[in-house]
Every structure is written in structure tokens, then in C-alpha cells.
Write a protein of this length. Structure first.
Length: 400
């Protein structure tokens, strides 16, 4: 198939003379068109371009490989199968419309600009032209000089961080709610002190009195029961209780272990009553008559005879030696002792139910004196008014 191609326009007389101008011919040539649509005339033009000559009429400088036209359209060369040399397809142009030499890129268009999408796809910008964002101008929808993909990545990271903080806040709020609910449940009757157990020997104190003193009669919430404070309250309110130990047993139990004080003497007063005392001189109880099994205690001082303290109170230190003797009387004759009397000089005398009197002296060397008294009472029968003097240990005397 032959191709009819117009010759170059008349550019005027050649410098070499009129004979050097080739006349165009309208006759078709029988020479076949080589692959790619290049004719011999085109080859000559190309030879002129490659040899450094001026490009022929209707042609422009070759487009570097990879360059696109405006809007990303590919440049159509002169080997496009019949298109005019240097034709370029622009936006809104017909592919078959030739581009005049003085407007190689279409009307109202300047030099082609690198498309941002093409640049991001890997097409480099022309030599000497800055790439997108190189001048510091902001990209559409982004930060100046930052690739939109980096900007979107930063936004995604910020969203992830926000979601993480939200999860932390929700978790903390859930923990607070659970703690408040548990606290509320612990203060309900479900976890109240409904079972109170009292252990230990307490013949002088009833179980009900111990429970009331512990403030457990109303079944308070177990979480509000302070074991140490409850034990101290029991010991202070109940005179006979020497010690108390309180333990909580979840979900609804409390145990109280008590130890009672032991009465060792009785002191007359107040009035016609008698006060029961323990070994420390603490008043445990006030009764109407002298209780059996304990001696009467009489303490004389320079100021007069001591009176018992109120219930829960204790005697002054001047009663200490006599109380020590009352507390340490041996079982061999403790049941025979009716009274223990202390003089202002701290010497002590014991009155026995047999009418005998024991001059004990001070409370020093008590064990040796107890042995002397027990040996005399076991070996001899003494007159009713006899006096046993053991003030000097291991040298007892008997007199009247």
C-alpha cells in the first residue's frame, strides 16, 4: 500500500540556487512504506535532526522518552501510522487533527507540565523542572512539602492512638464501676455479721454481754468490723475480761476468744457492799456480801485505810505488796486465809480461819515463808491465838 504524503512547504529560494530545490510531485510512489510509517522523506528529516542540522518544516524537537502531553495524553510521533509529524493529542482534541508548528501543544497551552499522578506512578519530571512539592508549595489536601500518603498515614496513626486512649478510659471507668458495686454489696446484709461465736472460759460474763460490748448485736456489715477496735472495746467495757481476740470469717462470721480475770481478794465498800478485786487491784464487781473463796484485803497507809476503786478502776501502788501476797498464796493453805492486812510500813499479816495469825513481814522471799507456814500447820496443832512469825525466812517462831 502506498502513502501519499505532501512535501514540505515552499520556504523560498535556496541559498544554493533555484536548481537545488526539489519539486514536489503528486505522483504516488511505488516504494513501500517501511514498518512504523516512515517514508524516505521522513528518513531524510531524521538524518538532518541526528546530524545536528535544522529540523525540517512542520517538525519539532524530538520528545524525550516517557514524556506525556498535557493531561497525561501520550505524544503521538510522526510514526503513528499516518499522523503528521510532531502531532500531539491534547485534552479535548481530535486524534486526527494536526497541530500547527507554531502551536505544537494545542491552543492556549504552554509547555507540558508533569502530571502529579504520573509522577507518583514513577514517571520522572523533565530535566530542570521541580517535582511536585519540591518548591515547598502544599499539595492539595496535605501539609506543605509532605506527600499525601505520608499525611494519610499520620492521620491513621492519630486515629489509632485516639482509639487506644478511649479503650484505656473505658477500661478504667469499668474498673471504678466494679469497685463501687462491690463496695455497695459489701455494705449490705448479704455480708453482715450474722454468725457471732464466743470462745474461752468466761463464768462471770455472759455471751450476750460480750456480743453487745462488741457492738455486733445489730449484724453490721462485715467490712465495717475492725477486729482490733472491737477487741479493745470488749476489754474496756467488761471488767472481768482480761483479753479478747476478734477475727472475721467471710462472708458472715465473727469469732471472739476471751480470757477472764481471776478474783484474788475482796475489799469492803462502797458502803455495806464488797468489791471483788483481781491481782492488779482492779475492781471487777460489786456484791452485797463478801464472796467465798477469796480473802478480805485491808490496806493501811499513813493517810488512812484505802477504799476500793469503782468498777473497772484499780487501787494505788501502796496496795501492791498485799495484792502480791493475795495473788501468790499456795494451794496448801490459801483456802484457810481469811484476810490479808498491810501496815503503813508495808509489813503483812495473814489471818487464818483457825484463829492463827501469821506475821509474814514484807513480800520478799515469799516462797521460803510459804514453806515455813505450810510445814508448821502440817506438823503441829497450835492453840487458837498462836502467832506464827516467818518474817525471817527458814527461822520461824511460834508465840502468843
Amino acid at each position: 500500500m502506498s502513502t501519499d504524503r505532501p512535501g514540505p512547504p515552499d520556504s523560498g529560494p535556496s541559498p544554493d540556487g533555484p536548481d537545488s530545490t526539489d519539486e514536489p510531485t503528486d505522483e504516488p510512489t511505488d516504494e513501500p512504506t517501511p514498518p512504523g510509517g516512515t517514508t524516505s522523506g521522513d528518513a531524510g528529516s531524521e538524518d538532518a535532526a541526528t546530524s545536528g542540522g535544522e529540523p525540517g518544516p512542520g517538525r519539532r524537537d524530538p520528545i524525550p522518552p516517557g514524556r506525556d502531553g498535557p493531561g497525561g495524553d501520550q505524544v503521538r510521533g510522526d510514526r503513528g501510522g499516518g499522523d503528521p509529524e510532531g502531532a500531539r493529542v491534547g485534552p479535548g482534541q481530535d486524534e486526527t487533527a494536526p497541530v500547527p508548528p507554531d502551536q505544537p501543544f494545542g491552543p492556549d497551552q504552554g509547555e507540558p507540565e508533569q502530571d502529579e499522578g504520573a509522577a507518583s506512578a514513577g514517571n520522572p519530571p523533565p530535566d530542570g523542572e521541580p517535582g511536585p512539592g519540591a518548591s515547598g508549595e502544599p499539595r492539595p489536601g496535605g501539609t506543605p512539602g509532605i506527600d499525601p500518603r505520608i499525611h494519610q498515614r499520620r492521620l491513621a496513626i492519630a486515629r489509632l492512638e485516639g482509639r487506644r486512649r478511649l479503650r484505656i478510659v473505658i477500661g478504667a471507668a469499668g474498673v471504678v464501676v466494679l469497685v463501687l458495686v462491690a463496695w455497695a454489696l459489701l455494705h449490705t446484709g448479704l455480708f453482715g455479721a450474722r454468725v457471732v461465736t464466743v470462745t474461752g472460759s468466761h463464768p462471770h460474763t455472759t455471751t450476750a454481754a460480750i456480743v453487745v460490748a462488741a457492738n455486733l448485736g445489730g449484724r453490721p456489715p462485715l467490712i465495717d468490723v475492725d477486729p482490733a477496735a472491737t477487741a479493745a472495746r470488749v476489754e474496756s467495757l467488761l471488767p472481768y475480761i482480761a483479753s479478747a481476740t476478734v477475727r472475721r470469717h467471710w462472708p458472715d462470721g465473727v469469732s471472739i476468744a476471751v480470757t477472764e480475770r481471776t478474783p484474788v481478794a475482796a475489799m469492803a465498800g462502797p458502803g455495806p457492799s464488797w468489791s471483788v478485786l483481781d491481782g492488779s487491784g482492779r475492781t471487777l464487781q460489786v456484791v452485797t456480801a463478801q464472796p467465798p473463796g477469796v480473802p478480805a484485803l485491808v490496806v493501811h497507809t499513813a493517810a488512812g485505810t484505802l477504799r476500793p476503786a469503782p468498777v473497772g478502776g484499780t487501787l494505788p501502788p501502796s496496795a501492791g505488796p498485799a495484792l502480791t501476797v493475795c495473788r501468790t498464796l499456795p494451794p496448801a493453805f490459801s483456802a484457810q486465809v481469811v484476810s490479808v492486812t498491810s501496815a503503813p510500813d508495808a509489813t503483812i499479816e495473814l489471818a487464818l480461819n483457825s484463829g492463827l495469825t501469821v506475821r509474814f513481814g514484807t513480800d520478799s522471799d515469799r516462797n521460803a515463808k510459804y514453806e515455813d507456814v505450810a510445814a508448821i500447820l502440817a506438823q503441829r496443832s497450835l492453840p487458837r491465838a498462836a502467832v506464827i512469825d516467818v518474817s525471817v525466812p527458814q527461822s520461824p517462831t511460834i508465840g502468843s
